[in-house]
Write a protein of this length. Structure first.
Length: 296
């Protein structure tokens, strides 16, 4: 690792490549998290980057069939294509380019994410970033909830050089508050930088900060490159990080106050103890997290 960097900027811990995998029956996914830096990015637990992938016209929507969650939130940021969501708490919705879906699993539910029907029929390109966000112990059994956040509700700021844009999804940045409601202090930004532009990001020094490169190539702090589908994990020695775009780039900024509590995970459940995981599995198997009417 090159450690010759400007000490006025946050230390770069690591640049992580994602692992490729298949999810459900229709998602090609790259995941840089979970991984060795999961504690350094609390409250964020997982990053799944779906696509960009071509979807051939079809009459059968594919995706991720019904599955359970408990103890955390899923956040879906759409870049291309349209997904349809439904869950056993009664929430439904379609999300298209620029939209964000923020689902609180809380005490538990089942949900499904498939290609939206009309998008399936015409085909196109699908690209999505989905995140898992932890919940504090006191809130893990909160009622399930769903925040449907259309692109029109997400305020956009220009970068200081006037070339790029910053969409404030959650938290507050430069006096602008994002529309998402969260259980712990965090900031989520969708930053778009054209080639040749620069941006100095400023966030609370005690926040964990990760930069996920959705698209493009950037130079961090003047000397450290990062490219498409890489995750940059930053330290706590400064409030600032400098980003220069060497190609048209999109960076998802994930920052937040760490939840410093025990973490127990098993598949789709994120709790604090193994005993709570056993209870989550039992509740799911008994049907307590709900079922869809059309499930066999």
């Amino acid at each position: 690792m090159d450690t010759t960097q400007d000490t006025t900027f946050r230390r770069i811990f690591q640049v992580i490549d994602g692992n490729r995998k298949a999810v459900g029956d229709g998602f090609q996914v790259t995941s840089p998290m979970p991984g060795p830096r999961i504690r350094q990015l609390s409250p964020f637990l997982l990053i799944d980057h779906i696509g960009p992938m071509p979807i051939a016209p079809s009459e059968k929507p594919l995706g991720s069939p019904p599955h359970p969650h408990r103890g955390f939130e899923t956040v879906t940021v759409m870049y291309q294509g349209v997904l349809a969501h439904r869950d056993t708490a009664g929430h439904t919705g379609n999300i298209g380019p620029g939209d964000v879906q923020w689902m609180t699993a809380g005490a538990g539910l089942m949900h499904e994410e498939l290609y939206e029907k009309e998008f399936t029929r015409r085909g196109g390109t699908l690209e999505v970033v989905q995140l898992w966000v932890n919940m504090p112990k006191k809130d893990k059994m909160a009622p399930a909830n769903y925040q449907d956040i259309p692109s029109s509700e997400i305020k956009t700021l220009p970068t200081p050089d006037g070339q790029g844009t910053v969409r404030v999804i959650a938290g507050e940045y430069e006096g602008v508050r994002g529309p998402a409601s969260t259980f712990s202090p965090l900031t989520m930004l969708d930053v778009h930088l054209p080639k040749g532009s620069e941006f100095t990001l400023k966030l609370p020094q005690d926040y964990n900060v990760g930069l996920y490169i959705v698209k493009g190539d950037v130079l961090l702090h003047g000397n450290r490159p990062a490219a498409t589908k890489q995750l940059v994990v930053l330290g706590w020695d400064s409030e600032e990080a400098h980003i220069a775009a060497t190609e048209d780039s999109i960076i998802l900024v994930l920052a937040g106050e760490p939840i410093e509590e025990p973490l127990a995970t098993y598949g789709p459940f994120v709790m604090n103890t193994n005993k709570e995981l056993v209870q989550a599995i039992a509740d799911y198997e008994s049907g307590a997290m709900g079922k869809f009417e059309d499930e066999e």
